[in-house]
Design a protein around this ligand. Structure first.
Ligand code: SF4
Length: 354
């Protein structure tokens, strides 16, 4: 039996998404997720969390920066336009009920389901410098399922590479409901994916933008840094000389224009590149103009919180308290369903602030 969105009884469909606490964000994070989150705030009831426990699944050996990294992620969220009045932002580790649900779900999740998650094998093979043969790393999709199910989310916005994780969450929800729902219709709704269109955003070397490649443009990069990075950005390799015509469709700078430049500039790039009427230096300076125009208002907003990081922390605290209420109510249902409620006799009453 499957439970679609709209059957959860939420006033607005509920959305849950998170980002690992990896520190300051780059343009790839913005275009791939954050920009979309900002636009979802009014249409959905949004819960966005800084996934510090998820960061530990790979970066467990050195935790010295983890709190600072969480704050930096939040500062970039606020800079991009997430608004604490219109969405709930919180830190995963401040809502310990995620860990309790993770534990309970881990009891019912067959190992084979985890071993076949595509990112498990892929990351184990790719990240050679860390020992990922840990219990926590294998189990992180279960933690992710707990993150989603504890809010009874209707939707999870994801890119293509995360679809398998949401599918696993649905399977775990179904299995839990089968074992424990009893006479109730169900405990957990099955979340749906909300596929996020992710435009191609290359880094300065033309590969996917990623901190591990050192090819990022950060949301916090000041104008001179943005311009300097653009200057070194690779272009269409066919344009060796100024007189060689190029093709913006195979040029990383062309990709940036498609995302950030206005129609007039785009037309100038199209015509000028293909006819060798413009040089790459000029074209890159237009791309830099567009980037600076996007980043400047964000940096302005960020400044208020950078000057007073306590303000940002208070936002996380208030959001975490709100999240604990919702998660606490779900955990009452879960404990009741599994016959491990805290009441001496009978079911839990009301929502507990866990
Ligand atoms: S003119 Fe612009 S789009 Fe064309 S190759 Fe140079 S940088 Fe790329």
């Amino acid at each position: 039996m499957s439970f679609g969105p709209g059957q959860t009884g939420h006033k607005k469909p509920r959305v849950l998404s998170g980002m690992r606490s990896t520190g300051k964000l780059h343009l790839g994070n913005y275009v791939g997720a954050l920009d979309n989150w900002v636009r979802m705030q009014d249409k959905y009831e949004c819960f966005f969390f800084v996934a510090d426990w998820h960061a530990l699944t790979t970066d467990y050996a050195d935790t010295s920066k983890i709190k600072e990294n969480s704050v930096q992620v939040l500062l970039d969220w606020l800079a991009a336009g997430l608004d604490p009045e219109r969405c709930t932002m919180f830190i995963q580790s401040h809502v310990p009920a995620h860990a309790e649900l993770h534990l309970l779900l881990s009891m019912i999740t067959p190992l084979g389901w985890l071993e076949r998650v595509p990112t498990y094998k892929e990351q184990k093979e790719n990240i050679k410098e860390k020992d990922l043969g840990t219990y926590g790393f294998l189990g992180y999709p279960v933690l992710q399922s707990a993150d989603i199910l504890i809010y009874k989310a209707d939707y999870v916005p994801v890119g293509e590479d995360q679809v398998a994780h949401v599918e696993l969450t649905r399977e775990i929800a179904r299995r839990f409901n089968m074992f424990y729902s009893g006479k109730r219709s169900y405990i957990f709704p099955e979340p749906q994916t909300l596929l996020t269109p992710t435009p191609k955003l290359p880094g300065t070397d033309g590969r996917k933008m990623s901190k591990s490649y050192g090819n990022t443009i950060m949301l916090t990069d000041p104008e001179p840094v943005v311009r300097a990075k653009l200057k070194t950005m690779v272009t269409d390799p066919a344009r060796v000389r100024r007189s060689d015509p190029g093709n913006p469709d195979v040029c990383p700078v062309g990709d940036l224009h498609k995302i950030f430049s206005d129609q007039t500039t785009l037309e100038k790039v199209e015509a000028g590149c293909r006819s060798a009427g413009i040089g790459c230096i000029e074209c890159k300076s237009w791309a830099a103009d567009a980037l600076v125009a996007t980043l400047a208002p964000m940096q302005e907003r960020r400044k208020k919180y950078e000057d007073n990081p306590r303000l940002a922390w208070d936002i996380l605290e208030a959001g975490s308290a709100r999240a604990r209420k919702v998660a606490g109510a779900t955990m009452n249902d879960v404990r009741d369903a599994m016959n491990i409620s805290r009441e001496y006799n009978g079911a839990s009453r009301g929502a507990a602030d866990y």
